[in-house]
Design a protein around this ligand. Structure first.
Ligand code: 13P
Length: 248
Protein backbone atom coordinates (compact mmCIF):
# COMPACT_ATOMS: atom_id res chain seq x y z
CA UNK A 1 0.00 0.00 0.00
CA UNK A 2 1.39 3.39 -0.98
CA UNK A 3 1.27 6.00 1.75
CA UNK A 4 -0.13 9.32 0.61
CA UNK A 5 2.01 12.45 0.38
CA UNK A 6 0.76 16.03 0.53
CA UNK A 7 3.50 18.44 -0.50
CA UNK A 8 3.22 22.22 -0.55
CA UNK A 9 5.09 24.15 -3.21
CA UNK A 10 5.51 27.67 -1.90
CA UNK A 11 7.07 28.82 -5.20
CA UNK A 12 8.63 32.33 -4.82
CA UNK A 13 6.54 33.32 -1.80
CA UNK A 14 7.40 33.88 1.84
CA UNK A 15 9.51 35.89 4.24
CA UNK A 16 11.20 34.99 7.51
CA UNK A 17 8.22 36.33 9.45
CA UNK A 18 5.48 34.86 7.23
CA UNK A 19 7.20 31.45 7.07
CA UNK A 20 7.43 31.27 10.84
CA UNK A 21 3.71 32.02 11.25
CA UNK A 22 2.73 29.52 8.59
CA UNK A 23 5.01 26.71 9.81
CA UNK A 24 4.05 27.10 13.44
CA UNK A 25 0.33 27.09 12.58
CA UNK A 26 0.73 23.94 10.49
CA UNK A 27 2.84 22.18 13.11
CA UNK A 28 0.47 23.02 15.93
CA UNK A 29 -2.46 21.30 14.20
CA UNK A 30 -0.54 18.54 12.41
CA UNK A 31 0.28 16.22 15.31
CA UNK A 32 1.02 12.74 13.97
CA UNK A 33 -0.56 12.81 10.50
CA UNK A 34 -1.79 9.66 8.76
CA UNK A 35 0.02 10.65 5.56
CA UNK A 36 3.37 12.21 4.75
CA UNK A 37 3.35 16.01 4.72
CA UNK A 38 6.06 18.24 3.27
CA UNK A 39 6.70 21.83 2.26
CA UNK A 40 8.99 22.73 -0.65
CA UNK A 41 10.36 26.17 0.12
CA UNK A 42 12.69 28.70 -1.54
CA UNK A 43 16.26 27.47 -0.94
CA UNK A 44 17.21 30.49 1.15
CA UNK A 45 14.67 29.46 3.79
CA UNK A 46 15.76 25.82 4.14
CA UNK A 47 17.85 26.61 7.22
CA UNK A 48 14.87 28.33 8.84
CA UNK A 49 12.56 25.42 8.05
CA UNK A 50 15.12 22.90 9.30
CA UNK A 51 15.38 24.84 12.54
CA UNK A 52 11.62 25.20 13.04
CA UNK A 53 10.52 21.74 11.89
CA UNK A 54 13.28 19.47 13.15
CA UNK A 55 11.12 17.93 15.85
CA UNK A 56 7.77 17.84 14.03
CA UNK A 57 6.24 15.43 11.53
CA UNK A 58 6.54 18.05 8.80
CA UNK A 59 9.16 17.20 6.18
CA UNK A 60 10.74 19.74 3.86
CA UNK A 61 12.07 20.02 0.38
CA UNK A 62 13.55 22.35 -2.20
CA UNK A 63 12.07 23.52 -5.49
CA UNK A 64 15.04 22.86 -7.76
CA UNK A 65 18.53 21.33 -7.76
CA UNK A 66 21.51 21.67 -10.05
CA UNK A 67 22.10 19.06 -12.73
CA UNK A 68 25.83 19.46 -11.95
CA UNK A 69 27.65 17.85 -9.07
CA UNK A 70 30.07 20.59 -7.94
CA UNK A 71 32.19 23.40 -9.28
CA UNK A 72 32.04 26.59 -11.33
CA UNK A 73 28.28 26.93 -11.76
CA UNK A 74 27.49 30.38 -10.37
CA UNK A 75 24.15 30.57 -8.63
CA UNK A 76 23.48 26.83 -8.66
CA UNK A 77 22.72 24.72 -5.59
CA UNK A 78 23.87 21.11 -5.52
CA UNK A 79 22.02 18.09 -4.18
CA UNK A 80 24.67 17.55 -1.49
CA UNK A 81 24.16 21.15 -0.30
CA UNK A 82 20.44 20.47 -0.02
CA UNK A 83 21.18 17.35 1.96
CA UNK A 84 23.17 19.46 4.47
CA UNK A 85 19.88 21.14 5.34
CA UNK A 86 17.90 17.96 5.95
CA UNK A 87 16.04 18.12 2.65
CA UNK A 88 13.93 15.00 1.94
CA UNK A 89 12.35 16.04 -1.36
CA UNK A 90 13.21 18.21 -4.32
CA UNK A 91 10.92 19.23 -7.14
CA UNK A 92 12.43 18.64 -10.56
CA UNK A 93 10.99 19.68 -13.90
CA UNK A 94 8.21 21.86 -12.57
CA UNK A 95 6.46 23.39 -15.59
CA UNK A 96 7.51 26.87 -14.44
CA UNK A 97 11.17 25.76 -14.66
CA UNK A 98 10.58 24.12 -18.03
CA UNK A 99 8.80 27.24 -19.31
CA UNK A 100 10.87 30.10 -17.84
CA UNK A 101 14.27 28.43 -17.55
CA UNK A 102 14.27 26.25 -20.64
CA UNK A 103 14.67 22.98 -18.75
CA UNK A 104 14.61 20.07 -21.16
CA UNK A 105 13.58 16.49 -20.43
CA UNK A 106 17.27 15.52 -20.36
CA UNK A 107 18.17 18.20 -17.81
CA UNK A 108 15.23 17.16 -15.65
CA UNK A 109 16.41 13.54 -15.79
CA UNK A 110 19.93 14.58 -14.69
CA UNK A 111 18.52 16.63 -11.82
CA UNK A 112 16.55 13.60 -10.65
CA UNK A 113 19.75 11.56 -10.84
CA UNK A 114 21.69 14.08 -8.71
CA UNK A 115 18.95 14.09 -6.11
CA UNK A 116 18.81 10.29 -5.92
CA UNK A 117 22.59 10.08 -5.61
CA UNK A 118 22.38 12.40 -2.59
CA UNK A 119 19.61 10.37 -0.98
CA UNK A 120 16.91 12.96 -1.73
CA UNK A 121 13.60 11.96 -3.30
CA UNK A 122 12.99 13.84 -6.54
CA UNK A 123 9.38 14.80 -7.19
CA UNK A 124 9.39 14.64 -10.98
CA UNK A 125 6.77 16.97 -12.46
CA UNK A 126 5.13 16.23 -15.81
CA UNK A 127 2.15 17.78 -17.53
CA UNK A 128 0.71 19.05 -20.79
CA UNK A 129 -0.26 22.57 -21.84
CA UNK A 130 -3.80 23.44 -22.85
CA UNK A 131 -2.81 23.46 -26.54
CA UNK A 132 -1.30 20.00 -26.19
CA UNK A 133 -4.43 18.67 -24.46
CA UNK A 134 -6.71 20.20 -27.08
CA UNK A 135 -4.70 18.63 -29.86
CA UNK A 136 -4.91 15.18 -28.25
CA UNK A 137 -1.23 15.07 -27.25
CA UNK A 138 -1.55 14.66 -23.47
CA UNK A 139 -0.44 11.02 -23.32
CA UNK A 140 2.44 11.57 -25.74
CA UNK A 141 3.77 14.58 -23.81
CA UNK A 142 3.63 13.15 -20.29
CA UNK A 143 5.04 9.80 -21.42
CA UNK A 144 7.95 11.52 -23.17
CA UNK A 145 8.70 13.60 -20.07
CA UNK A 146 8.66 10.55 -17.79
CA UNK A 147 10.55 8.35 -20.26
CA UNK A 148 13.61 10.59 -20.06
CA UNK A 149 13.71 10.21 -16.27
CA UNK A 150 13.21 6.42 -16.48
CA UNK A 151 15.94 6.13 -19.10
CA UNK A 152 18.52 7.95 -16.96
CA UNK A 153 17.52 6.51 -13.59
CA UNK A 154 16.35 3.02 -14.55
CA UNK A 155 17.65 0.95 -11.67
CA UNK A 156 16.45 3.33 -8.94
CA UNK A 157 13.25 4.56 -10.54
CA UNK A 158 11.13 3.17 -7.71
CA UNK A 159 12.71 5.81 -5.41
CA UNK A 160 11.12 8.74 -7.22
CA UNK A 161 7.78 10.47 -6.73
CA UNK A 162 5.91 11.63 -9.84
CA UNK A 163 3.62 14.67 -9.93
CA UNK A 164 1.13 15.09 -12.74
CA UNK A 165 0.49 18.80 -13.09
CA UNK A 166 -1.50 19.81 -16.15
CA UNK A 167 -0.11 23.25 -17.00
CA UNK A 168 -3.60 24.61 -17.73
CA UNK A 169 -4.68 23.79 -14.16
CA UNK A 170 -1.77 25.49 -12.37
CA UNK A 171 -2.78 28.67 -10.59
CA UNK A 172 -5.87 29.01 -12.80
CA UNK A 173 -8.57 27.67 -10.49
CA UNK A 174 -9.36 25.11 -13.22
CA UNK A 175 -8.80 21.65 -11.78
CA UNK A 176 -8.64 18.49 -13.83
CA UNK A 177 -11.69 16.40 -13.01
CA UNK A 178 -10.91 13.33 -10.91
CA UNK A 179 -11.57 11.19 -14.02
CA UNK A 180 -9.28 13.29 -16.24
CA UNK A 181 -6.51 13.12 -13.65
CA UNK A 182 -6.99 9.39 -13.00
CA UNK A 183 -6.78 8.65 -16.72
CA UNK A 184 -3.32 10.26 -16.92
CA UNK A 185 -2.17 8.77 -13.60
CA UNK A 186 -3.11 5.30 -14.87
CA UNK A 187 -1.03 5.89 -18.01
CA UNK A 188 1.95 6.99 -15.92
CA UNK A 189 1.49 4.01 -13.60
CA UNK A 190 1.52 1.63 -16.57
CA UNK A 191 4.70 3.24 -17.86
CA UNK A 192 6.36 2.85 -14.46
CA UNK A 193 5.17 -0.78 -14.14
CA UNK A 194 6.77 -1.55 -17.49
CA UNK A 195 10.05 -0.09 -16.22
CA UNK A 196 10.23 -1.50 -12.71
CA UNK A 197 8.96 -4.43 -10.71
CA UNK A 198 8.72 -2.03 -7.73
CA UNK A 199 6.49 0.47 -9.53
CA UNK A 200 3.47 -0.08 -7.29
CA UNK A 201 5.44 1.71 -4.55
CA UNK A 202 5.82 4.92 -6.55
CA UNK A 203 3.52 7.73 -5.44
CA UNK A 204 1.93 9.74 -8.24
CA UNK A 205 0.71 13.12 -6.98
CA UNK A 206 -1.78 15.42 -8.66
CA UNK A 207 -1.11 19.16 -8.79
CA UNK A 208 -3.06 22.06 -10.27
CA UNK A 209 -5.57 24.14 -8.27
CA UNK A 210 -6.03 21.41 -5.69
CA UNK A 211 -7.84 22.88 -2.70
CA UNK A 212 -9.85 21.98 0.38
CA UNK A 213 -13.03 21.60 -1.67
CA UNK A 214 -11.78 19.30 -4.44
CA UNK A 215 -9.06 17.33 -2.63
CA UNK A 216 -11.24 14.44 -1.42
CA UNK A 217 -12.65 13.54 -4.82
CA UNK A 218 -9.22 13.70 -6.47
CA UNK A 219 -7.53 11.72 -3.70
CA UNK A 220 -10.17 8.97 -3.84
CA UNK A 221 -9.00 7.91 -7.31
CA UNK A 222 -7.01 4.66 -7.31
CA UNK A 223 -3.82 6.08 -8.84
CA UNK A 224 -3.82 9.50 -7.15
CA UNK A 225 -1.47 9.12 -4.19
CA UNK A 226 -1.35 12.67 -2.95
CA UNK A 227 -1.13 16.27 -3.99
CA UNK A 228 1.38 18.94 -4.94
CA UNK A 229 -0.22 22.12 -3.71
CA UNK A 230 0.67 25.65 -4.79
CA UNK A 231 -1.59 28.51 -3.69
CA UNK A 232 -3.50 26.54 -1.05
CA UNK A 233 -0.24 25.58 0.70
CA UNK A 234 0.33 29.20 1.72
CA UNK A 235 -2.66 29.21 4.09
CA UNK A 236 -2.38 26.89 7.06
CA UNK A 237 -6.11 26.11 7.28
CA UNK A 238 -6.39 25.25 3.57
CA UNK A 239 -3.26 23.13 3.58
CA UNK A 240 -4.38 21.29 6.72
CA UNK A 241 -7.80 20.56 5.16
CA UNK A 242 -6.06 18.89 2.23
CA UNK A 243 -3.91 16.88 4.65
CA UNK A 244 -7.10 15.83 6.44
CA UNK A 245 -8.67 14.78 3.13
CA UNK A 246 -5.63 12.58 2.44
CA UNK A 247 -5.79 11.00 5.87
CA UNK A 248 -8.89 8.83 5.49
P1 13P B 1 -1.61 25.73 -7.68
O1 13P B 1 -2.05 24.77 -6.59
O2 13P B 1 -1.44 27.14 -7.19
O3 13P B 1 -2.45 25.61 -8.91
O4 13P B 1 -0.12 25.29 -8.12
C1 13P B 1 0.12 23.96 -8.41
C2 13P B 1 1.57 23.79 -8.57
O5 13P B 1 2.18 24.27 -9.50
C3 13P B 1 2.27 23.02 -7.52
O6 13P B 1 3.57 22.71 -7.91
Amino acid sequence: MRSKLIAGNWKMNGSLAANQDLLLSIEKALGAPACKVAVCVPALYLAQVQHLCASSALLWGAQDVSAQEIGAYTGEISATMLRDFGVRYVLVGHSERRQYHGETDDVVALKAQRALAAGITPIVCVGETLAQRESGKTAEVVKRQLAAVIHTNGHCISEIVVAYEPVWAIGTGKTATPEQAQEVHALLRAQLVAASTQAERIAILYGGSMNAANASSLLSQPDIDGGLIGGASLKAADFLSIVAAASH
